[in-house]
Design a protein around this ligand. Structure first.
Ligand code: BTN
Length: 247
């Protein structure tokens, strides 16, 4: 597989290390994996709880500026598709790129989160560093109390539970395939189809940064979320989305 792999028992953040490698010219596929993170980063400056048993991986991908906005959702959707089919779990991607187990009845639970940072790279032009935190076999009581009921753990959903190494290989393969698909017109169109197929919450009401936004309709070609409110369509390109999950 292309690129070097660095592994750490513990590191502040695989993302920060992979960003450093990307800035220094690391090739596509260069990746950093850790058993634990002491300062894992989530989106919007949130921290990311990283107890043992999770996969914490950041991978360098070549990412031209054209269609760059689609990459976060496309990668989330491609992971939902592959992991969902392989492990027979009902996975969906909540915009912009949370992987949710969309079980009914009951609220959805978050299996994985993605963080994509873009940096200039002497080798790739622009590199996207894709960081994923995925609860493969995490112990529930290692999460803060307020998160325990909101996370999904793959080993609880799948018998026999998949190992960390296996899930890592699948995630790396999907990330590299997605980056390649992003560079061809047919690959882009296929990714757009996967995004629409796996999108979480279609037909449900959603709020953005605490304000009612409308009903989720679909996603556009560049990864923007389309919502409709009183007959008017709007595109959402940034912000914190909450999807109503009532009956
Ligand atoms: C989110 O849902 O807010 C995104 C979470 C991304 C977490 C991963 S874990 C591996 C990589 N290293 C980090 O510090 N963050 C990402």
């Amino acid at each position: 597989m292309a690129g070097t792999r660095e592994w750490y028992e513990e590191i502040p953040s695989t993302q920060d290390r992979a960003l450093e490698l990307a800035r220094r010219g690391g090739e596509e596929g260069t990746r950093v994996v850790a058993r634990r993170q002491s300062r894992g980063r989530g989106r919007s400056d949130h921290s990311w709880e990283s107890p043992t048993g999770g996969l914490y991986l950041s991978i360098v991908l070549g990412s031209p500026d054209a269609h760059a906005g689609l990459l976060p959702l496309a990668l989330g959707a491609a992971l939902a598709e592959e992991l969902g089919e392989r492990y027979t779990v009902p996975l969906a991607v909540k915009w912009p790129n949370d992987l949710l187990v969309a079980a009914h009845p009951g609220p959805s639970r978050k299996l994985a989160g993605l963080l994509i940072d873009r940096v200039p790279s002497p080798r790739l032009g622009t590199a996207a560093v894709a960081g994923i935190g995925l609860n493969v076999a995490s112990e529930r009581d290692r999460f803060p109390r307020e998160l325990r009921d909101r996370v999904a753990v793959l080993s609880e959903l799948r018998e026999p539970p998949p190992g960390l190494d296996e899930v890592e290989a699948v995630v790396v393969d999907v990330a590299l395939r997605t980056a390649r698909s992003m560079r061809t017109p047919s690959g882009l169109n296929e990714l757009r189809r996967v995004c629409r197929r796996r999108l979480f919450g279609v037909g449900r009401r959603a709020s953005l940064d605490g304000r009612a936004a409308g009903t989720i309709v679909s996603v556009g070609d560049e990864g923007e979320l389309w919502v409709e409110d009183r007959g008017e369509r709007m595109a959402i390109r940034a912000g914190d989305l909450r999807v109503e999950e009532g009956a």
